[in-house]
Structures are given as structure tokens and as C-alpha cells.
Design a protein around this ligand. Structure first.
Ligand SMILES: Nc1ncnc2c1ncn2[C@@H]1O[C@H](COP(=O)(O)OP(=O)(O)OP(=O)(O)O)[C@@H](O)[C@H]1O
Length: 269
């Protein structure tokens, strides 16, 4: 059986630990994602959420255990062939992008696996794709704006368009709504909800601190605390007051409102 035989598994972590300075940042995590699933990772600060995304993007290797991404086992595959199949939109990427490049250039360079170097001969088809992704994310009026002059919300929407450019099979979103105002958050959640419900869109994993940011159409949730998975499964069954309270370490009440979620702490006695 070749590595590609397991293609319907988008991600499979088996007893994965990542150890730094004698401490497990993620601790014996087993987690499997199938094609078409849209996952939320929830957990408090320092829980290991970004470490999980870094594993899923092949930028980090397990210290022990095994990780398979898009059918390929980490350590047995050339990561430079694997990485273009994975789109990553996170603030760490924003720091690598030139501030004086336009929004359109910032998205277009992704098609060539680059962060900078504007070439004169980008193909028209790539430019029209970049424009279409920016349009879907409401960035039409900003195509010629310098990336470095964008607000946080505009920058995040640009990074998502950029991550879509390579037509990834797996899209990773690291706190896409963090720092946005109410309108910006709601606008982004709606756009991500539309993407999540698009059957042609890639499998997705989104890290967030807030259940209010879970876009409609996300199907599964993983909760992590101190490097250990508390629960992983369908949103309907796992996103409960009990699980969320255990995850964040205080009594919380989760409510579902249509396709959206809210959570609040119980008042102090
Ligand atoms: N290279 C490293 N060496 C040592 N410790 C690290 C390293 N990278 C991360 N950590 C620690 O590992 C833990 C998990 O980090 P991670 O960034 O995955 O958490 P997180 O859940 O994404 O947190 P946040 O919500 O604050 O972004 C944290 O305590 C962090 O300080």
C-alpha cells in the first residue's frame, strides 16, 4: 500500500508529542481529519494550538509519534513538495511579507511559492484568480494598496486570499478574527462560513479562542489544554458547556443560536 492510498485522511496524528526543553508542548495527541471536514481548535493561551497547526503545515516534526499529512508521512516525504498543497493564513506569515508590495502582488506571489519578487510576466490566469479570491474576501477596493498600510482586518482577509492561491487541499487559519472589531469579525465569520459550505473548498482547520468566531459550516471541534486533547469530534456533540468549562478551567455556559455559538462564565457567588 503506497502513501497515497490514505488520501481521504487529510491529517492523521498518532501519539504525537512535541518536546522542547524537556516539556511536552503537545502530549501524545492522536487526531484524524477526513476530506471535507472543517475543524475548529479551541483552547486557552499556551495550550498548544499553534503547535498543532505547525505540525499540520509540516513546519514542525513530532518528537515522538507519527504524523501523516495529505497521505504523506512526515519524515518520509519532501516537505517542499508537500507545503504548496497546504495553505496557511496566520500572523506569522504577515511578518514575512514585504510592506511595500501591493495587495494584489502579495496574493499573486503565492502562486509562485514566493513572498516577494514581483515578476513582470505573471500569467493572466493567475492574476484573475488572485482578483477573484480578493473579491470573495471583500478586498476589491484595496488591490493597489500597500500591504503594510492595511488595517488588521484587511491584512487578515488578504492573507486568507493569499493562502487560497495555490489551490490548497488543506487550509489552516490561525486566529483569523483576533483583533478585529465587531463588524470586522462578523464580516469575516460570514465569509468563512460561505467558504466552509462550499463543497469545492479545501479541508480547513481554524484556531480560535472564542466560540463566537466559529463560522457556520464548521463541522468538528478539538479542545486542547496543556498540550493534551480533551475532546475531538462533531461540533454538535462536543461543543458542550461541560467540555468548554474543562478546557478553559472555569464554569462556562455554551449556547447555540441558529448556526452560531456563544459562551459566558457563570456569575461569581
Ligand atoms: N520553541 C519553543 N520552545 C519552548 N517552548 C515553546 C516553543 N514554542 C512554543 N512553546 C511553548 O509551548 C506552549 C504552547 O504554545 P502554542 O503557541 O502552541 O500555544 P497556543 O495554544 O497557540 O497559545 P496562544 O493561544 O497563546 O497563541 C506555550 O507554553 C509556549 O510558550
Amino acid at each position: 500500500m503506497g502513501d497515497n492510498a490514505l488520501m481521504s485522511e487529510v491529517l492523521e496524528l498518532l501519539d504525537v508529542s512535541v518536546v522542547r526543553d524537556g516539556r511536552a508542548l503537545v502530549d501524545e495527541v492522536s487526531w484524524s481529519i477526513k476530506e471535507g471536514e472543517r475543524w475548529i481548535i479551541l483552547g486557552p493561551n499556551g495550550a498548544g494550538k499553534t503547535t498543532l497547526l505547525n505540525l499540520a503545515s509540516s513546519y514542525l516534526f513530532p518528537s515522538t509519534g507519527s504524523a501523516r499529512i495529505l497521505g504523506e508521512r512526515l519524515g518520509h516525504v519532501d516537505v517542499f513538495e508537500l507545503r504548496p498543497r497546504i495553505g496557511m493564513a496566520g500572523i506569522a506569515m504577515a511578518d514575512k511579507l514585504p510592506r511595500n508590495q501591493t495587495v494584489l502582488q502579495t496574493v499573486l506571489t503565492a502562486a509562485y511559492g514566493m513572498t516577494a519578487h514581483w515578476l513582470e510576466d505573471y500569467e493572466a490566469v493567475d492574476e484573475s484568480r488572485a482578483r477573484a479570491f480578493l473579491d470573495r474576501l471583500g478586498m476589491n477596493d484595496y488591490l493597489n494598496r500597500k500591504f503594510g498600510t492595511l488595517s488588521e482586518g484587511e491584512r487578515k482577509r488578504t492573507l486568507i486570499a493569499r493562502a487560497m492561491m495555490t489551490d490548497p487541499e488543506l487550509l489552516l487559519l490561525d486566529e483569523p478574527a483576533a483583533g478585529l472589531d465587531l463588524g470586522g469579525r462578523e464580516d469575516l465569520v460570514r465569509r468563512l462560513g460561505r467558504l466552509a459550505r462550499d463543497p469545492l473548498a479545501p479541508s480547513m482547520i481554524m484556531v480560535t479562542h472564542h466560540v463566537e468566531e466559529i463560522p457556520p459550516g464548521f463541522t468538528h471541534v478539538l479542545m486542547i489544554r496543556q498540550g493534551r486533547v480533551l475532546t475531538a469530534g462533531p461540533v454538535e456533540t462536543e461543543l458542550t458547556s461541560r467540555n468548554l468549562s474543562r478546557c478553559f478551567g472555569l464554569p462556562l455556559v455554551v449556547e447555540r443560536n441558529g448556526a452560531r455559538w456563544t459562551a459566558q462564565g457563570l456569575p461569581l457567588k
